[in-house]
Design a protein around this ligand. Structure first.
Ligand SMILES: C[C@H](N)C(=O)N[C@@H](Cc1c[nH]cn1)C(=O)O
Ligand SMILES: [Zn+2]
Ligand SMILES: [Zn+2]
Length: 480
């Protein structure tokens, strides 16, 4: 059953207001990983709750307690829960999204202020932090509800919402909440949920919409090397003391080869290779080396084989080095020996890898490599956060409904993809609620999530809003 034409017409007529709604959301720098922005994450929770209320959703804010970040005790942002519809003859869909964003500074290399949405009329880009990850998709649902409220249309399904403000920082407190609710059975917030829909990833390319049935897991490490009591002068202490930065670089260089092979013994070996049958999946996807290179902004693909690049992103683990805290990075030529430096790296995990299985391998490898350095400095290892990988059955009515909706809006069959990123709560929903989970992305592969000049194309936001609404009608029309 397609959505009524008046729904899609309403979305077109109100596109500019919907863009203003996104601009208002982007203006709140809700960076969960920055302690100084915690008030803004709370402000964003309030903004979202107000918008949901105004379109007829019954809402609750759930206090998730507090946590320690950068040595500070901080209140966790609340979960924003919502419900609309209680008709037993209809299916109930749980929608998840997040209202926190990655850090962004103009000085990182943005062309414009990251927290002022720029509507580039010529290119059709809506540029700003969170535009595609994940404020645009979250507001897409608000837009759908507004249209139904204003047009006096009944929703074809019951909806439950679970929006969090810590996704970019390990989803602290969320798994525990879901597990505790799921245990309640009757009377649980999630009672009656038939399936889950998450819009928080991207098309593989810039042309073809997709449905996503897999995510990589993650384990994120901080490797701290310290020694001197304070920063030292390299002219006075160079070649006289063990230098933390030198030890750290030696360790970091032992983690991964320049062509992406993970050097921690046992980690690559956990994953079985792809057989000819599986390779066909990657051959059939609408993708080329130009897609990865255009979205990376340079000709730097690791392989000239499309299948290898896709497998590297979708079905193989990867290890990335992210940064070094405490290192000198300013302008000029400071001749310092930093006293304490912390390297940050993460491993994207694929089945059957889990943080519990991989972390001990990482720890014992780094400890043994550090021992080989014969350094008198001190090594400390910390796993900052993690999550398991997830792969779903895509031959399910939830995917069938999403495929029909995609064909109705975009006039093409969607690709079926696995995403290289991580949304740890996905597996928790699947396991705890025992229902199918679908990823229905709004944005394109070149949106630059987590990067500078993050954008969502105007057409993806507006057609994506229609897609989310149409998906609900297709779910409503399925009889199982
Ligand atoms: C795919 C999703 N939109 C996303 O960006 N997830 C993040 C989750 C995360 C974990 N640590 C920090 N952020 C990701 O895959 O990096
Ligand atoms: Zn993200
Ligand atoms: Zn996200």
């Amino acid at each position: 059953m397609p959505a009524p034409p008046k729904f899609t017409e309403y979305v077109d007529k109100n596109a500019n207001r919907f863009i203003q709604r996104l601009a208002d959301a982007v203006a709140i720098p809700s960076i969960s990983g920055d302690a100084s922005r915690r008030n803004d994450v709370f402000k964003m929770a309030q903004f979202l709750e107000n918008h949901l209320k105004s379109v007829g959703v019954t809402t609750t804010l759930v206090n998730l307690g507090s946590h320690t970040m950068d040595g500070q005790e901080l209140p966790l942002p609340p979960l924003v829960l919502g419900r609309i519809g209680d008709d037993e003859s209809k299916k109930t869909i749980l929608i998840y999204g997040h209202f926190d964003v990655q850090p962004a500074e103009k000085s990182d290399g943005w062309d414009t202020d990251p927290f002022t949405l720029v509507v580039d009329e010529k290119s059709g880009k809506l540029i700003g932090r969170g535009s595609t990850d994940d404020k645009g998709p979250v507001l897409g649902w608000v837009n759908v509800l507004e249209a139904h409220q204003q047009l006096g249309l009944d929703l074809p399904v019951n909806l439950r919402f679970c929006f969090e403000g810590m996704e970019e920082s390990g989803s602290e407190g969320l798994d525990e909440f879901i597990e505790a609710e799921a245990k309640k059975g009757k009377g649980s917030w999630f009672e009656g949920v038939d399936a889950v829909c998450i819009s928080d990833n991207y098309w593989l390319n810039t042309r073809t919409p997709c449905l996503t049935y897999g995510l990589r897991g993650l384990t994120y490490f901080k490797v701290c090397v310290s020694g001197p009591a304070r920063d030292l002068h390299s002219g006075v202490f160079g070649r006289a003391v063990h230098e933390p930065m030198t030890d750290l670089i030696a360790l970091m260089s032992k983690l991964v080869t320049p062509d992406g092979k993970i050097l921690v013994p046992g980690v690559e070996e956990m994953v079985p290779g792809a057989d000819a049958e599986e390779r066909k999946i990657y051959t059939s996807l609408d993708y080329s080396i130009a897609d990865v290179e255009n979205s990376a902004g340079a000709s730097i693909a690791l392989s000239s084989s499309k299948e290898e690049v896709l497998m590297g992103r979708m079905r193989n683990p990867s290890l990335s080095l992210h940064g070094i805290e405490g290192a000198f990075y300013g302008v000029g030529a400071k001749t310092v020996i930093p006293a304490k430096v912390s390297g940050k790296f993460s491993i994207r995990l694929v089945p059957p890898q889990t943080p519990d299985a991989v972390n001990p391998l990482v720890v014992s490898y780094l400890e043994s490599e550090f021992a080989k350095l014969n350094s008198k400095n001190k090594l400390e290892l910390e796993c900052l956060h993690g999550g398991k990988p997830w792969v779903e059955d895509f031959k399910h009515w939830n995917y069938e409904a999403a495929a029909k909706a995609t064909e109705a809006i975009y006039k093409v069959k969607p690709d079926l993809t696995r995403e290289g990123g991580s949304i740890p709560v996905t597996l928790t929903f699947a396991e705890q609620l025992g229902v199918n989970v679908l990823l229905l992305p709004m944005g394109r592969g070149d949106d630059g999530a987590h990067s500078t000049n993050e954008k969502l194309d105007r057409s993806n936001y507006i057609e994506g809003t229609k897609l989310l609404g149409t998906y609900l009608y297709e779910v409503g029309a399925i009889s199982t």
